[in-house]
Design a protein around this ligand. Sequence first.
Ligand code: HEC
Ligand code: HEC
Ligand code: HEC
Length: 131
Amino acid sequence: MTTLYRIFILTAFIFTAAQASAAALPQDMLLLPPDGWVTNRAGVPFSHELHDADGTVACITCHHEWDGEGEPLGCASEGCHVSESRRDPMSFYGAFHDRNSERSCVGCHRTARRDSDARPPVSCNGCHVPQ
Ligand code: HEC
Ligand code: HEC
Ligand code: HEC
């Protein structure tokens, strides 16, 4: 095998691997509370592509318990953000609205607005888009 041919095979392999991992990223999602919860807010559209399009936001920024193997779990998985009490630091609400956490939607969006020209939503209806 010529060296050039080997490089060609290697490049093709890396390209395929990169495509495979891109395909594993979920399509645009509509985030909703766990089944059976009563809420007066509309669901929240969320785009992985927008948040990780060029790999600038690492998966573990949000999927902070993920070990890089298999698929990351959802936020309200057993033992995670399942509490309905907003005073509970592990609450479902806090996972998305904690102003002091860089991995919550609201926390990161506030920092981004302060430190850059980006204008990600921080108002209730900016995320909970009424249908
Ligand atoms: C800005 C935050 C954020 C980033 C960055 C992010 N995700 Fe997610 N991801 C989410 C949220 C929120 C959900 C919905 C979780 C839920 O339904 O509880 C989700 C769901 C998923 C799911 C479906 C899991 C399930 O069962 O609900 C997979 C798979 C996934 N993400 C993979 C990735 C991978 C791979 C990366 C990195 C390339 C990534 N995500 C980066 C926030 C993020
Ligand atoms: C680590 C930082 C970070 C986290 C965590 C994060 N975002 Fe964002 N988000 C951004 C930034 C930065 C932008 C602006 C991107 C741009 O303008 O290019 C953005 C933009 C958005 C937008 C606007 C999309 C548009 O079309 O203009 C929505 C909606 C959004 N985020 C929802 C969410 C939700 C819901 C979560 C939590 C599940 C979340 N984000 C978590 C950084 C973050
Ligand atoms: C940056 C995006 C974002 C902003 C801003 C935001 N939310 Fe949320 N919120 C979410 C996400 C993501 C969820 C989880 C999915 C769901 O329940 O729809 C959620 C869930 C909720 C829930 C249901 C869960 C629960 O604990 O009952 C309520 C109620 C809620 N938000 C109220 C609000 C209110 C009120 C505001 C304004 C003060 C607000 N949200 C601002 C993203 C946001």
